[in-house]
Write a protein that binds this ligand. Structure first.
Ligand code: ARG
Length: 716
């Protein structure tokens, strides 16, 4: 009886419009407005999102494709997380001018540093195109449906992009039950303005990552530039600071327990409506596989990075990304188990089945949906290893770009256009990997990944290269020596890395040269094996999943008619609202909702990789040199937590108070709720935020960049 009651509560709570859980669509936020006001919001509906005039949403950008940032001045100044700017900061750093280690504070616009390859996009419009898509796809099913769907999406995007002036994306919401067209303007002249040293921007390192209580100054600042008409333009010294349609005033007043908080941003992906069988596969197989492989890869990279500062600068951003999700999957697995998410899902599914009764559409759906995971399970490891092992070698990834070219030659499909298309793709792939390519590290990564794939993937699913080449020609008696020997041979004899050899190939490409290249031989064997025996199963699984998950969600919406539901994150702008709030991580322990400068001193370890801090800052804390950023408790508040619902992609999102002011930058989630992308746990789930006053204090006292504080609209 109790179980049944709990199941009902869990299902119903999917749909209630209320604080914390929910990543809401900005153009439909009106439906949540009364609830937001009840919690303290002072702004009008139109301030939040409007089509005919500017509104808060115009201050928010997607930053560099995977993060969020917000405008905080009338002159294009933006703030995001340090870990979002990390790649650009590292790329701008050299052993001599090491901005990553030492920080960077520009005291005039002339000092700002163009960040190559970085761009931001501004949302222009959201339009519902569900009817058009449903109409176009109404007579197709299965693979034909997918094809028709993709064609229709492409057509709509093409129509909306104004001859390439705008970025246009059609995105699926509610697992394909709704489609929205989003248009954006992309600005590509973005320059580094300020960053604290890494010791502060990443204070606590991987040890503190995903953990509360936290003391990280996870922010960096950039400026967007535009042409003389305020329109996007490639980098040019004569470009002008972009004038945003909206920017956020900055509050130096701080937040209190219970205060209203709202977050706008670009959450990447959640799987809240995942079926229990999918969660089980993650817990039992996929997550442990990813964690094991990443752990080894990180060990290899770290060895080389620690030995050479220039290698460190080259690899550190990639390392951080791998480490971030290594720990993520450890935490997700642990919390999915601790919070009994599979059982909870099973209860919800049983309730759905009872509700469905004899309804023709939904009868048996839960079983069918769960079963696709059983069918797919024997191939899951191959698919994981293809991405996390084979593709983890930079050389293999570059070489894989030769496969389409080889196929074109083999099929005599050798028109100049075709060949040049594939050569261009190869050049682009090579260029992006060479930025993070260290030969000695790559040698070890290739040996490790080739070996891991061989040892862990079911024998019947291995590419032919193992029998035909590796063990036939390089067998050295034991695994270690065999794979080391093979990796040395491949890296030492490929034309793909050395620029002269590569140039010679591009000048006169041929099938024969590809066939003679050992890296190409290795990669092509993997790619073709994958295409032949894994990909078709993966695609069949995904097509079924698309079909069943759409139907399941349609059913859930019918079952919860009259209640507001939110769609899974899909890298489009969302709003979440909640409040500042502490929590009990375990029995008898309470976590305050904020941390202070005192905690920096407590964690401080001079010269440590993770807990070092500039001596200057430590002295300031000891002297209580906090200036106007001090709290009544005679500290500077460093971070705080809220109940807002965010995920990866929200990094850098503004945390906004009831008056529409910026009070901090969201940068992490907490350990006890790492299962959050699959099931939101109201009791434990928190967003970790760097406090505006910590940011302002560092800009002021460490960076001595009064110019930036002047430029913002700081409210005291
Ligand atoms: N866990 C954070 C996120 O995914 C990233 C934190 C980066 N910091 C670090 N120490 N790795 O948003």
């Amino acid at each position: 009886m109790k179980k049944f009651f709990l199941a009902c509560v869990a299902i119903l709570s999917l749909g209630n419009a209320r604080a914390d859980e929910g990543m809401w669509i900005p153009s439909l936020i009106g439906k949540n407005y009364d609830e937001m006001v009840r919690l303290g919001l002072k702004l009008t509906k139109d301030d939040l999102y409007a089509i005919n005039h500017s509104s808060l949403k115009d201050a928010i950008v997607q930053f560099g494709g995977g993060c969020t940032a917000e405008m905080i001045s009338p002159s294009g100044l933006l703030i995001t997380n340090h870990h979002c700017g990390y790649g650009s900061i590292a790329a701008l750093s050299t052993v001599e001018h090491n901005y990553l280690d030492n920080g960077f504070w520009s005291h005039s616009m002339a000092e700002e540093l163009p960040a190559e390859g970085l761009s931001v996009i501004y949302l222009q419009n959201i339009e519902d195109v569900t009817d058009e898509i449903n109409h176009a796809t109404r007579r197709s099913t299965g693979e034909k449906y997918q094809k028709k769907l993709n064609e229709t999406i492409e057509k709509i995007e093409k129509r909306a992009n104004q001859n390439g002036k705008l970025v246009a994306n059609v995105k699926s919401y509610f697992n394909g039950n709704q489609y929205l067209l989003l248009t954006y303007k992309r600005y590509t002249d973005v320059r580094l303005v300020a960053t604290p040293p890494k010791s502060l921007g990443k204070f606590g390192g991987d040890t503190d990552n995903w953990i509360w209580p936290r003391h990280t100054a996870d922010f960096s600042m950039f400026r967007v530039y535009a042409d003389s008409n305020n329109e996007p333009a490639a980098y040019n010294a004569t470009n002008k600071p972009y004038r945003p349609k909206w920017y956020l005033p900055v509050s130096a007043k701080g937040v209190k327990d219970g205060d209203y908080t709202m977050i706008y941003g670009y959450p990447g992906r959640t799987n809240r409506y995942e079926i229990s069988g999918g969660v089980e596969l993650s817990i039992n197989e996929t997550n442990p596989d990813i964690v094991r492989l990443r752990g080894e890869r990180l060990g290899i990279m770290k060895r080389h990075m620690d030995a050479d500062k220039s290698v460190y600068l080259k690899l550190t951003s990639r390392y951080a990304g791998i480490a971030n999700y290594w720990k993520y999957f450890i935490g997700q697995t642990e919390q999915l188990k601790r919070l009994h998410v599979v059982e909870e899902k099973r209860n919800n599914e049983a309730e759905f089945t009872r509700w469905a009764g004899n309804n023709k559409e939904y009868r048996g759906l839960v079983n069918r949906y769960n079963n696709i995971y059983n069918t797919y399970q024997p191939y899951a490891r191959s698919a994981t290893y293809y991405g996390e092992a084979f593709r983890a070698s930079g050389l293999a990834s570059i070489a894989a770009a030769l496969e389409p070219l080889a196929t074109a030659y083999e099929k005599n499909n050798t028109s100049a256009d075709t060949i040049s298309k594939y050569i261009k793709a190869l050049e682009a792939t090579r260029k992006s990997y060479l930025k993070i390519y260290d030969p000695a590290t790559e040698l070890d990564l290739l040996a490790f990944t080739a070996r891991a794939y061989y040892q862990d993937v079911p024998k019947g699913q291995l590419p032919a290269i193992y029998d035909q080449v590796i063990f036939r020609k390089f067998n050295a008696g034991n695994m270690d020596s065999t794979f080391a020997r093979y990796a040395r041979y491949v890296t030492g004899n490929t034309f793909l890395i050395d620029s002269n050899l590569f140039k010679a190939f591009v000048a006169a490409p041929s099938l024969e040269k590809i066939q003679k290249d050992p890296a190409a031989e290795y990669a092509i064997s993997f790619v073709r094996n994958y295409k032949k025996s894994i990909q078709p199963r993966y695609e069949a699984f995904n097509n079924k999943k698309a079909e069943y998950s759409k139907l399941y969600l349609k059913g859930l919406m019918e079952m919860n008619k009259g209640q507001l539901m939110y769609p899974d994150a899909n890298s489009t702008m969302r709003i979440t609202y909640g409040q500042v709030k502490g929590y009990y991580p375990k029995d008898g322990v309470y976590y305050e909702p904020f941390t202070t400068s005192k905690g920096i001193l407590a964690k401080y370890k001079p010269n440590d990789d993770e807990f070092d801090a500039p001596k200057e800052l430590i002295d300031m804390i000891r002297a209580k040199d906090y200036g106007r950023w001090m709290s009544p408790d005679s500290t500077v508040h460093t971070c705080f937590i809220t109940t807002n619902d965010i995920t990866g992609g929200n990094s850098g999102s503004p945390v906004i108070n009831a008056n529409g002011e910026w009070v901090g930058s969201a940068f992490d989630g907490n350990w006890e709720a790492m299962s959050g992308d699959i099931a939101f746990d109201k009791k434990y789930k928190r967003t970790i935020v760097v406090d505006a006053r910590y940011v302002l204090w560092l800009i002021d006292k460490l960076g001595k960049a009064e110019n930036l504080i002047e430029e913002m609209n700081v409210r005291y």
